[in-house]
Design a protein. Structure first.
Length: 83
């Protein structure tokens, strides 16, 4: 069974480094019994949502000097998970 410290670390890194099947099961089991880690996951998701919304708002307000094609290529690269 994973400890809270390890689960919070894995949850924090989850968007950059997807969990393997074993870790995913271990985190899911831990979250089933740990209220604090569930709260931490909710807070991380909420922060990510806020950051995404803020980034979209900034893009909408920015003076667009790049072509639409260049903006599309950049957006696709940002969506691609890094290995």
């Amino acid at each position: 069974m994973l400890k809270c410290r390890e689960v919070t670390r894995l949850l924090t890194l989850e968007t950059e480094q997807p969990l393997n099947a074993y870790r995913q099961v271990a985190v899911t089991l831990h979250l089933a019994i740990c209220h604090n880690c569930r709260r931490h996951r909710r807070q991380l998701r909420q922060m990510r949502d806020w950051l995404d919304q803020e980034a979209q708002h900034e893009v909408a307000q920015a003076d667009h000097t790049l072509s639409a094609e260049a903006r599309q290529r950049i957006a696709e690269q940002l969506k691609t998970p890094k290995k």
